[in-house]
Write a protein that binds this ligand. Structure first.
Ligand SMILES: C[S@@+](CC[C@H](N)C(=O)[O-])C[C@H]1O[C@@H](n2cnc3c(N)ncnc32)[C@H](O)[C@@H]1O
Length: 319
């Protein structure tokens, strides 16, 4: 597994690469986490409300599958909103371990959860789950929770490697994972191009973060948010496009951009239920129940570990 890369290392390497690309995990400083929370409330952004409705409707069945005294490890927990529906339905949840790369945001969400669930052990871990995460031994049957279709941010081979990695951490426990489904491209386009421009601000925050943390001098007015559905790969692609020919300094290093040059910031792969189940099988899981909404926009999958030796984690860069 790659050692934890710093934002500076990754950002500079991403600008030197062709095509230029930065991993979406770097969106999430404090400002990025707050912008993401605003995205979750937008009328165009169907994934959050659809997944919340599925959790609300099916939490008792999900909790029954977990069993009494289980612990939940949420990968990329953010504001830890969705897990509340599970915790309410669970019988004596043993522990909640939210993991997130956005440390201050994670601590705030953990403090709020402790207030609302005084009997529950909450153990936040500020870490990058693609790199430097070390989990404590399970305190009960360990259930992984990976909502928000964050799995879609990984190339399919990296998604498989990540699931295999999760499988190793779950120590025989199960994984509940949210996966966005293939749908009308217009619905997808609107979700990533909201009328208020919050997704654009979220994307541009990557450059603002480089200005804050790396002494860069990006002029944000000279960069445009671009997000579109790429049907061949069944993914949304998100880019930052240079509006003109320009030179930018990052950590004292000059980088030149032509008008129309792109900095790729995110892929969001969409799956069919069967396509995702096939990926989960390749990663060492046995697909169980699947919950979807009536319009089949979003899915939640219950995955059990395949019997046999625990899968090994390939040394693959998942960032
Ligand atoms: C799309 S948001 C989802 C938040 C929440 N789970 C939800 O479903 O609404 C992704 C979250 O994962 C975190 N994250 C992204 N990449 C990460 C990584 N490599 N390691 C740890 N956390 C990560 C972000 O900080 C953010 O809170």
């Amino acid at each position: 597994m790659a050692a934890a890369a710093t934002f500076a290392d990754d950002f500079l390497a991403g600008l030197r690469a062709r095509p230029r690309a930065i991993a979406p995990k770097w969106f999430y400083d404090q400002a990025g986490s707050e912008l993401f929370e605003r995205i979750c409330t937008l009328p165009e952004y169907y994934p959050t409300r659809t997944e919340l409705a599925l959790l609300d409707q099916h939490a008792p069945e999900m909790a029954a599958r977990m069993g009494a005294g289980a612990e939940i490890v949420e990968f990329g927990a953010g504001a830890s909103v969705k897990v509340r529906l599970l915790l309410q339905a669970m019988r004596t949840p043993r522990r909640f371990v939210p993991v997130d790369i956005s440390g201050a945001h994670l601590q705030r969400a953990a403090a709020a959860l402790r207030r609302d669930h005084p009997g529950l052990e909450v153990l936040p871990l500020a870490a990058d789950f693609t790199a430097d995460l070390v989990l404590p031994p399970p305190a009960g049957r360990r259930i992984g929770f990976f909502p928000g279709s964050s799995i879609g941010n990984f190339e399919p081979a990296a998604a498989e490697a990540l699931l295999r990695r999760f499988g190793g951490w779950l120590a025989g426990g199960a994984l509940l994972i949210g996966v966005d489904l293939i749908k009308d491209p217009d619905v997808l386009h609107a979700a990533y191009n909201d009328a208020l421009g919050v997704t654009a601000a979220f994307n541009l925050n990557l450059l603002a973060r480089a200005n804050r943390e790396l002494g860069a001098d990006f002029d944000l007015t000279q960069w445009a948010h671009s997000a579109f559905y790429q049907p061949q790969h069944r993914r949304i692609e998100m880019h930052l496009m240079s509006r003109r020919r320009q030179r930018v300094q990052v950590a004292g290093v000059p980088f030149d951009f032509d008008e129309g040059d792109s900095l790729h910031t995110e892929h969001s792969y969409k799956y069919s239920v069967e396509g995702f189940q096939a990926l989960a099988r390749r990663a060492g899981f046995v697909p169980g129940a699947v919950w979807t909404d009536a319009a089949r926009r979003f899915s939640l999958h219950w995955l059990e570990p395949a019997p046999g030796p625990a899968p090994t984690t390939p040394q693959e860069d998942m960032a």
